[in-house]
Design a protein around this ligand. Structure first.
Ligand SMILES: NC(=O)c1ccc[n+]([C@@H]2O[C@H](COP(=O)([O-])OP(=O)(O)OC[C@H]3O[C@@H](n4cnc5c(N)ncnc54)[C@H](OP(=O)(O)O)[C@@H]3O)[C@@H](O)[C@H]2O)c1
Length: 339
């Protein structure tokens, strides 16, 4: 029986995912009150939120976290450093998450809903083509975000060991996109890949008419999920639907960089997968390589997820396909540029 009258504490309510999740919690009749916390100033009323109080605070600060989770039936943990993840973000990502989980347990929270990621699985050559939740989330050592996501899942499991009162839903979305979740347009691995492109590829690209940007397509497939669909899964977790545990989240259909190019009205050109692999191999051996180069691995070893568990236990039915999610995101970006 799903809960009602809930108080929900949310870390990171102002990010790509947080905005959609709080929108959905605002609409949920099961939720009475929402308390959000992030570092920068933010006014919930400007967003039209009526159940939400916002406070400035940092997940690395014990007192802020304690005050946030006090009286919460459910804690939604989203705050994380993603694209700039490196050894120096362990304090925020791993220790900060541990603090949130420990304080939630101490406060007697019933459920923790944590945003892990597909990256928690790691980009391993022996991964199956389609990942299910039965595959261990091992992380990839050479990719700090991936490793920290895997480590945080272990921290959460260890924190809840032998605890009866608090259970956890661990969501593993693929790349989140949508009209309000457009980080990938600037930060998708490909754009960072451009910084470390091998000469061969640069020459190949340079020989094409430079009328529009060109996206090299190594043929790797990727998934997208709409931020509103991720929010639907979180609301199910907040309400205590189904069972706790890990849940893969991805929209129907897969995309390649050629789809991305077409949606943007750009060109795409096939490039040998070997060129990507060689770059990733060299990049990880450079002692001073920028952290962003680690993202190469997500192009080198694609990770695709099955979502049967969420569909079966949470009755999760994503409303947007990957293609539609991409189109909506690009349209929103265009409208903003033209405005
Ligand atoms: N976006 C994706 O494609 C994607 C995919 C899979 C999983 N996820 C996971 O989903 C979660 C949310 O992602 P997102 O895309 O919404 O991230 P985001 O857009 O970067 O937002 C991060 C949120 O966390 C807050 N925050 C950051 N550091 C904080 C700190 N030290 N203390 C308190 N708040 C802090 C940020 O606000 P301030 O900067 O103002 O503090 C912001 O509200 C993350 O755990 C991420 O790993 C995201």
């Amino acid at each position: 029986m799903a809960s009602t009258g809930l108080t929900v504490a949310v870390t990171g309510p102002t990010g790509d995912l947080g905005l959609s999740i709080v929108d959905a919690l605002e609409r949920s009749r099961a939720v009475k009150r929402i308390v959000g916390m992030a570092r920068r100033p933010f006014d919930p009323a400007e967003r039209g939120w009526r159940k939400t109080e916002y406070r400035q605070g940092d997940v690395t600060d014990a007192a802020s976290v304690r005050a946030l989770v006090k009286d919460a039936h459910v804690v939604v943990h989203l705050a994380f450093a993603i694209l700039d993840a490196s050894d120096s973000t362990r304090e925020l990502n791993v220790k900060g998450s541990r603090r949130v989980f420990e304080e939630a347990v101490k406060a007697g929270t019933e459920r923790i809903c944590y945003a892990s990621s597909v990256a928690a699985y790691g980009f391993h050559d022996d991964n199956p083509d389609w990942l299910t939740e039965q595959i261990p989330a091992r992380g990839s050592r050479e990719h700090p975000y991936s490793q920290q996501k895997a480590d945080v899942e272990q921290v959460l499991a260890a924190t809840l060991l032998n605890r009866r009162r608090t259970i956890a839903y661990v969501f593993r979305p693929c790349i989140v996109a949508g009209p309000e979740a457009r980080t990938m347009l600037q930060e998708i691995p490909y754009f960072r890949l451009g910084e470390a492109m091998p000469d061969l590829v640069v020459r190949l690209l340079g020989s094409l008419p430079a009328l529009r940007p060109v996206i090299p397509d190594p043929g790797a497939r990727f998934q997208l999920v709409h931020s509103e669909d991720v929010a639907r899964a979180f609301v199910a977790g907040v309400r205590g639907v189904g069972e706790p545990g890990p849940y893969n989240l991805a929209a129907g259909g897969t995309l390649t960089f050629s789809h991305l190019a077409a949606a943007l009205g750009w060109y795409s050109v096939p490039i040998p997968k070997l060129a990507v692999e060689a770059t990733a191999e060299i990049a990880t051996r450079l002692p001073m390589a920028p952290d962003s180069i680690a993202w190469l691995h997500s192009v080198r070893k694609p990770v695709l997820m099955k979502t049967d568990r969420a569909r079966r236990l949470l009755k999760w039915r994503p409303q947007h396909t990957a293609r539609r999610t991409l189109d909506e995101m690009v349209r929103a970006q265009r409208e903003e540029l033209l405005a």
